[in-house]
Write a protein that binds this ligand. Sequence first.
Ligand code: ADP
Ligand code: MG
Length: 696
Amino acid sequence: MRPEILYQLFSPVNRLTGIGPRLAALIEKLAGPNVIDLVWHLPNGLVMREKVTQLSTDYIDRMIVVALHVEHHLPSRNRRAPYRIQCRVGVDPLTLTYFNGREQYLRQQLPENSERVVSGRLEEFNGAFQITHPDHVATPEDAGEIPLFEAVYPLTAGLTNATFLKASRQFLPLLPDLPEWQDTALLKREDWPGWKESLIRAHHPESEADLDRDASPRARLAYDELLANQLALELVRRQMKRKAGRVLKGDGRVESKIRAALPYKLTGAQQQALAEITADMAASHRMLRLLQGDVGSGKTVVALLAMAVAVEAGTQACIMAPTEILAQQHYKAIAPLAEQAGLSCQIITGRLKGRKRTEILEQLESGAVDIIVGTHALFQEDVVFHDLGLAIIDEQHRFGVHQRLALSAKGKNGKDGVDVLVMTATPIPRTLALTAYGDMDISLITEKPPGRKPVDTRAIDLSRLEGVAEGLARKLAAGERIYWVCPLVEESQLLDVAAAEERFEMLQHLYGDRVGLIHGRLKPEEKDETMRRFMTGEISILVATTVIEVGVDVPEATVMIIEHAERFGLAQLHQLRGRVGRGGLPGTCLLLYASPLGQTQKARLAILRESEDGFRIAEEDLRLRGAGELLGTRQSGLPEFRLADLQAHSRLLAMARDDARLILEKDPELKSRRGAALRILLYLFERDAAIRYLSG
Ligand code: ADP
Ligand code: MG
């Protein structure tokens, strides 16, 4: 339950005067639905005005506030000519110029023979002083209302700065006096003001330096946000660890059989990761570990061996993938090896129905199944394990903290204790990993299996698309397979599909029925069927939207073509590229871009050409684009930050992590006075879910 003191902040923005349903909808898109979202929406610019009493060429191009006498109006004679108002400042003439000015309105604002105070940028035009579109016009009595410092807010089409100024004049005085949750010594050391003062100052910048991320009010607010994030993760972590884990220790009998059946040896990095995982499983606390490894680094076999250990220890294991195709692929990779080692392995997906499903569920509940592969379908209530010891979640960035918890609750008698291993192929920069997975221990696979050849990556202008398409004939003749990924259209899946269909038709024209099409609007069965035909080689060119993005393994695929590569995230491009060159044949990746490219876009494509190191690419991407865009936070389950900038505030993040640990060490239930204030902080940043892990 949200504390009452925060009710006003969490009411919808349209309760503010001047914000009706139309503006509220625009604000919701830009900032969020509630007043608190406006509170966090800080200015990113500033207009500074100088009060002047007479005009001088020294003031040209500066923002001034000046008292003037209005002489006469010169309405425009045709539509293109501006409306001019002749005024005088002392003895100097000054013209106010309006394009598309409405006469009636202007005569009312600036009547002839009246005194007014106006503000705007002073210009010189044909040797005379001029202000075009004054930004404020006031009577001498109201002149004090023209601010000398005016915050400029990030805007979107349809919203004006005035809306935000008017809103902030309303909500700032209403900010509640919240108890201080930060340590007094820290505030002193960093020279940070209190929460309310920080917000008031952040909304009233008076110099460029005040807009800096390191300006003390802004740094304080960023720290608040980071602390809320780290505190929430630490609470989850403690909750997970509090439940005693099981000691899952193998005797090597299954593991050795699987190793013997593998056509290759584990790499050093795989060995190392497996050793960390099995040591964690054997310990008496519960495992909550992230296994990070670039595409193709060989995570699946590490997962299988960990599951083998869980089975040796007398329990069951499951592995969950984000899509049907991936679950099937895991099953195909895992089941034969598992069965050779004498284990029973099954698969449960949303499509499994009827008798077959009932049968598998019974086997799962009786313990006849050792390893189960599945999708989200594993969360279903009637999926009951005999004794689940290890849960593995693949491609974590499609899932969130809540799913981690839900799956681990599938343990015996609904009690906890299940060891959890999360695998991700999306290299996550250290800073981000801390905010998203701060609750987990991390293992890295930093090396790829031997024999992988680098993928020849080239950026090519889109205008050469036809040539590229025709050039594929050679590859096809050599029996190679090709992915053709179509542009990502953020706003609409329909447009994605249209683009893919158009490309499909063009390629079909060239290569007939060797071309297949796969996109998000097809039925799962249709997708699988097309995927299957591509895997078996019945079709050789697969035109796709990004549904193939994650994890699909077709060793014969050698060419990856990505249209409008500039629209994709770097991490995503890297993932896509990782789909080719897996089978020993050298791979090619063609990044087709629409010119002209911006500086950042150019730099991003260059990184991709230079490097195949997913971690380096991710770090660079973070540097170039910022965290929010990196993985598409909304879909990724990664937290979004309103005030903190993970790049600029990495020092604060590390501080917040230590702080959170210390706080909960001393006050695990947040029961002290500071603890109570920290609970408010968690609500303020909508980390409410974590509060459930506090008893009382
Ligand atoms: P990812 O980490 O992307 O999930 P996979 O587990 O799918 O990678 O492995 C990619 C490919 O590498 C698979 O075909 C797998 O059989 C192969 N592989 C895994 N480990 C090794 C190894 N140590 N030596 C050679 N090939 C390996
Ligand atoms: Mg994989």
